[in-house]
Write a protein that binds this ligand. Sequence first.
Ligand SMILES: [Zn+2]
Ligand SMILES: [Zn+2]
Length: 404
Amino acid sequence: MKKTILAFAAGFLVAIGLVVFLALKEAPSTPKGDKMMDVYYPGTEELAPNEMRVVALGTGMPNARPKQAATCFLVELGNGDKFLFDIGTGSAERLSAMKIPMDYLDKLFIGHLHSDHIGDLDALWIGGVVGNRVTPLRVWGPSGAEDKYGTKYMAEHLQKAYTWDVDGRVGNTDTRGLSMEVTEFNYKQVNEIVYQENGVTIRSFPAIHALDGSISYTLEWNGLKFAFSSDTYPNKWWMEYTKNSDIAIHECFASPKILIEKQKFPPQTALNVGTQVHTSPAQFGKVMAEINPRMAVAYHFFNDYDTQPLVLQDIRETYDGAMSLAIDYMVWNVTKEKITTRMAAIDEDIWPQPSVLGVKPPDQSKRIGFSKYIWDARVNYSEVLKKIYDDINNEYGSNVELPK
Ligand SMILES: [Zn+2]
Ligand SMILES: [Zn+2]
């Protein structure tokens, strides 16, 4: 009888093991190739070891609007590395929708210092820490013709501007992520390496936009090449160093006619901004025809029912290759075999992801605190607070004392 029970138990365990094994084997892994979903749901797809994913998190113009944030592109690689290129106004909320722990979003490459390319640096830096990033933020960007035009100067003064914010967090939350490590490189350097780690090489070369000190980037990894103009007038360096990229993202500003009709610019301003400060759709077509990427991406215009046909018409006068007219949440999966363009479906009710390294409780002794004048005006509902502390301690097994 005992033997039968034992045999039965052993059989039962084997059966359970088999079920678990099959369940693990059949666990939903990354849908690849033909099985790829039509829509990208952030947080549900692992990249293949040889795959690059690029996500548009800001494709609009320098003025803010709900539909398109200002410039920001996220590059994710099959080796686990993630890189941000520019962080324009409004892009941080798009970034939050990617469901990526902020610890992984600690590498930012800035093309130039216009607000539509760095306007959410504060949201990435301090907001990222509130969103559970405990790693320092690493920032790369160009020098300028003078010190005051460089990335270092901008970053130092941004940090100074937030002195009250930073000091008010010390001792209240885990502030390890508030340190910013800035690497400034010569804006005149041509195709020099600015970053090389873990098989990833990022290079810069000058761009021509607004003032000396704008630059463009390429990122190479595993035989794939990503190119990002930030903002530029068409130039010889871009032509030379982005040829045959796998994915080439170049600005394509609203055409002068759109700037007059929709942006309400006078013709002189529209022509100057639309064709001299920026690259117009017609010029964008010429640029892409010359460098011949596997996928050309046009960004930096308000992409609407009435503007898109005009932009497309201008580009198609001179370029007939593969192309995306970028809009926020457009996603490209890039492998040597195939480039897939999709849209991400995002969760508007998103909350921060947990830190992969763990958030530490604050060292409250480090608090700067209040003056007696402010502190003494507190109205203490002690019995209410005591109940909150007791309830939390009971539910989560913590032992936090109510401050006196
Ligand atoms: Zn600009
Ligand atoms: Zn711009």
